[in-house]
Design a protein around this ligand. Structure first.
Ligand code: 3PG
Length: 199
């Protein structure tokens, strides 16, 4: 899942088309820029093959914004009590972010068994994820933070990992320079190598 930081709304549609062309259809548009909401709306309107989620959901208001713009899912880097409560009451598929056992317990208590493990590499990496699998066999993870071409396959080989996310598929410099064919090439290369990887 590419974690997209879109600074200019006019980048949104060509960027999404480049990702889809490279075989990457599930996109996370982060609420990190003033252009994010309009960017997500534009992709939803103009790139029907993209499955658009909204990331960097920090508050109940962000969650409501994601729902209102037509996101298919929401992702957060964390799991505050306020956000978990709002997400449990909402029908938007949602993955809270966790890095500790207690955060995971809070997420599970609200019914969220699919969570983002963030920041994955600096929170102990695959070793930490394996340790969490013991007490929490029902939990499924989408690790992000520090994942790229070199280690994505190793993460995906873990039985409790259902997806990985990261910005390596859409480097900010390539977005800024409008290097859409370069982004398609990164996606094609990654998807090809991950398809051959053990699961
Ligand atoms: C995220 O929000 O998931 C991270 O910022 C992505 O991390 P990365 O840039 O290390 O891939």
């Amino acid at each position: 899942v590419p974690v997209l930081t879109i600074e200019r709304v006019e980048h949104a549609v060509p960027l999404a088309r480049a990702l889809v062309k490279g075989g990457v259809r599930t996109l996370e548009v982060t609420l990190r820029t003033p252009a994010a909401v309009d960017a997500a709306k534009a992709i939803i309107a103009e790139v029907p093959d993209a499955i658009v989620g909204v990331g960097t959901i920090l508050t109940a208001a962000d969650l409501a914004r994601a729902e209102a713009l037509g996101a298919k899912f929401g992702i957060s880097p964390g799991a505050t009590p306020e956000l978990l409560k709002a997400a449990a009451a909402s029908s938007l598929p949602f993955a809270p972010g966790i890095a500790t056992a207690s955060e995971l317990m809070a997420a599970l208590a609200h019914g969220f068994e699919v969570v983002k493990f963030f920041p994955a590499e600096s929170s102990g990496g695959i070793k930490a994820l394996r340790a969490l699998a013991g007490p929490f066999p029902q939990a499924r993870f989408c690790p992000t933070g520090g994942i790229g071409e070199a280690n994505a396959a190793a993460w995906l080989a873990e039985p409790n990992v259902i997806a990985v996310g990261g910005s390596w598929l859409c480097p900010p410099a390539e977005i800024r320079s409008g290097n859409w064919s370069g982004i398609t090439a990164i996606c094609e290369r990654s998807m090809k190598s991950l398809k051959g990887a053990p699961r």
